[in-house]
Design a protein around this ligand. Structure first.
Ligand SMILES: [Zn+2]
Length: 147
């Protein structure tokens, strides 16, 4: 899975918000994701609209989370241990069955917080502006002769 955002919270920049567990559960039920089926969660950057639900998804599916140091701090702030998360090793190919996943350094469109990191665990509820980009990544997925 790429990205950890299923909740669609209202009043984004005004009020602190948290994962909408019901929305995540309904989506996972609809697409057939349950415990131990999701083999990895990759966070391309850590603005709220990519990372808000990462900890809840990790808890519910027990999947491993790969992301920046900021992604790890979002996980830590919401009860995910470092054993269930890894910082990216850019350009290193990872194997998931017949799929090869490679994380590539990328660049976000111009933003107010380019490269800014979350340096301590971030606990929900939090405001949209509490989620910072850190770095941005692209994900190259290869399957047999296609990528
Ligand atoms: Zn962004």
């Amino acid at each position: 899975m790429i990205g950890g955002f299923i909740s669609r919270p209202p009043l984004l920049k005004v009020l602190p918000f948290r994962t909408d567990a019901d929305a995540v559960n309904k989506t996972f039920k609809k697409i057939g994701i349950d415990n131990n089926k999701l083999q990895g969660l990759f966070i391309t950057h850590t603005h709220y609209d990519h990372a808000l639900d990462l900890a809840y998804i990790a808890k519910q599916t027990r999947t491993h989370v790969d992301g920046s140091g900021t992604a790890i701090n979002i996980g830590l702030g919401n009860g995910i241990s470092t054993k269930q998360m890894s910082g990216y090793e850019v350009d290193k190919a990872m194997q998931f069955g017949d799929f090869t996943v490679t994380v590539i350094q990328s660049k976000h469109s111009p933003t107010f917080d380019e490269g800014e990191k979350i340096k301590e665990p971030l606990k929900q509820p939090a405001k949209a502006i509490d989620y910072h980009e850190d770095s941005s990544y692209d994900i190259l997925i290869s399957h047999k002769a296609k990528s």
